[in-house]
Design a protein around this ligand. Structure first.
Ligand code: GLY
Length: 344
């Protein structure tokens, strides 16, 4: 009953808004009213195993939030992925600080942790914030102490490989950090590793959830928080419409409220590919600072937006050609090409 009402709200509000604000996207009739017969999970390209596990769990009738979090736990615990969890590249002091948030569509609830140290699976802490507090976001030492209170173990997350890579950066320090000299603030911007995993899940009951987790920008200023723990930026889920997650330059995704924009685009009738492309165009439009632009006047960074609509249709989009995303629609997980704005 709840989802039938929700569905009407989705189409009703969407039709009006599409007619008024997004005339090019008048394909509301094309939206399948029913959710897919099988669970669907999509993720950033580092999420083949995550989407596989998420779908397996949803097939076993596990809740969508538990399914996607369990999926990204594989990557958080993997020291070989240096952009997420254990083994993630540290901040400029050589300390790993992690960000994560999760959102559960059916209960319209969210949890988040930012700049948390010593805890291997930050998405599990975000899930505990959602389930066991009256809050949405905990940061820094408060988040760490909250995790310890719930029995999580404090561990050194800096692997030898990440430490060696950080040391190399430190030994070559000059204009490659985040402290902009007066000159650099006007001219230069050195791209450094970013990486993240976002994973979205939808079950045949039409229930959606999502999670995003990261060690953030490598060698960041301690305390820097990216988009990944921010609801509406690195993740947004609306059980009536769809879900979106983001990877790439967090600052751009925060400023554009990237994930929320994409979900609103879908609410107003855009299909997932059009919705992510429009979100990326807004990021490009908002990138006006010369130090963030390449010679063609385009962003010198990448953002990828991943969208899963309530009817099971999905897409991901990147500013530049060549990115992929992971999908599992009930069989094995596979990589698909992202739509993009610019060839280069
Ligand atoms: N998107 C991850 C970050 O910027 O921290």
């Amino acid at each position: 009953m709840k989802s039938a009402l929700s569905r009407r709200r989705f189409l009703g509000a969407g039709a009006a808004a599409a007619a008024a604000a997004v005339p090019a996207a008048s394909n509301l009739e094309a939206i399948e009213p029913a959710p897919p017969a099988k669970p669907v999970s999509i993720s950033s390209a580092n999420g083949l195993a995550a989407t596989n596990r998420a779908v397996k769990l949803m097939n076993a009738k596990e809740d969508t939030l538990e399914a996607v979090i369990s999926g990204v736990n594989i990557v958080e615990a993997d020291p070989k992925d240096m952009s997420v969890g254990y083994g993630g590249l540290p901040n400029e002091d050589g300390v790993v600080e992690l960000d994560s948030c999760c959102m559960h569509g059916p209960s319209c609830n969210a949890g988040s942790v930012a700049s948390i140290r010593d805890i291997k699976l930050p998405s599990r802490v975000a899930q505990l914030v959602l389930k066991r507090t009256d809050h949405v976001m905990l940061v820094g030492d408060g988040a760490r102490r909250f995790a310890l209170a719930h029995g999580m173990k404090a561990e050194n997350l800096l692997t030898d490989a990440a430490r060696r890579q950080w040391l190399k950066w430190k030994e070559n320090l000059s204009d490659k950090d985040d402290w902009l000299s007066p000159k650099e603030a006007e001219t230069g911007h050195e791209a450094r590793p970013t990486g993240t995993i976002t994973c979205l899940g939808l079950n045949p009951a039409g229930e959606l959830s999502g999670v995003t987790t990261t060690s953030g920008l490598a060698y960041k200023i301690p305390g820097r928080i990216g988009d990944s723990p921010i609801i509406g930026a690195g993740l947004y889920v609306d059980n009536d419409v769809g879900a979106c997650g983001a990877t790439g330059r967090g600052e751009a995704v925060i400023i554009s409220c990237g994930s929320r924009i994409v979900v609103e685009n879908m609410r107003h009738g855009m299909d997932p590919a059009a919705a992510v492309k429009d979100g990326l165009k807004r990021i490009v439009k908002q990138t006006v600072d010369p130090r963030l632009l390449d010679k063609k006047g385009r962003p010198d960074f990448e953002v990828v937006l991943y969208a899963l609509r309530k009817d099971g249709r999905h897409a991901a989009g990147s500013i530049y050609k060549g990115r992929q995303y992971a999908v599992n629609e009930g069989g094995g997980s596979k990589l698909l090409d992202c739509v993009h704005l610019f060839d280069r």
